[in-house]
Design a protein. Structure first.
Length: 111
């Protein structure tokens, strides 16, 4: 794997921040679209406001994921890049939020 270098012989930062933000933003938009679809489906249901809980959860997860994307972008744009940039905690948070959203949506569909 070759790395391009800047004028001073240092590696160029590349597109890592942009790719990271795009991936996290794509995930947040997917969660937001899920929330919009759940809202449209449950808007006229007999469940009332309780039927909107999955949609609100999806919107919250989307907002949190987007905030993580912004934080990751700021981290990757720092020069020099910090030694500890592992997003493991953020990935777990989003993964758990998605799993909770699936369970809440499935339970809401049963009632």
């Amino acid at each position: 794997m070759s790395h391009s270098t800047a004028a001073g012989g240092r590696p160029e930062p590349g597109l890592q921040p942009e790719r990271t933000v795009l991936a996290w933003t794509r995930t947040s938009f997917a969660l937001l679209a899920n929330g919009a679809l759940l809202t449209m489906k449950n808007l006229h249901s007999a469940n009332g406001l309780a039927g909107l809980i999955p949609a609100l959860l999806a919107a919250t997860a989307a907002s949190c994921t987007y905030l993580i994307a912004l934080q990751r972008q700021r981290t990757l744009e720092q020069r020099p890049i910090p030694a500890q940039i592992n997003p493991r905690r953020q990935v777990y948070i989003v993964g758990i939020a998605v799993m909770v959203l699936i369970v809440v949506t499935a339970v809401a569909e049963l009632f």
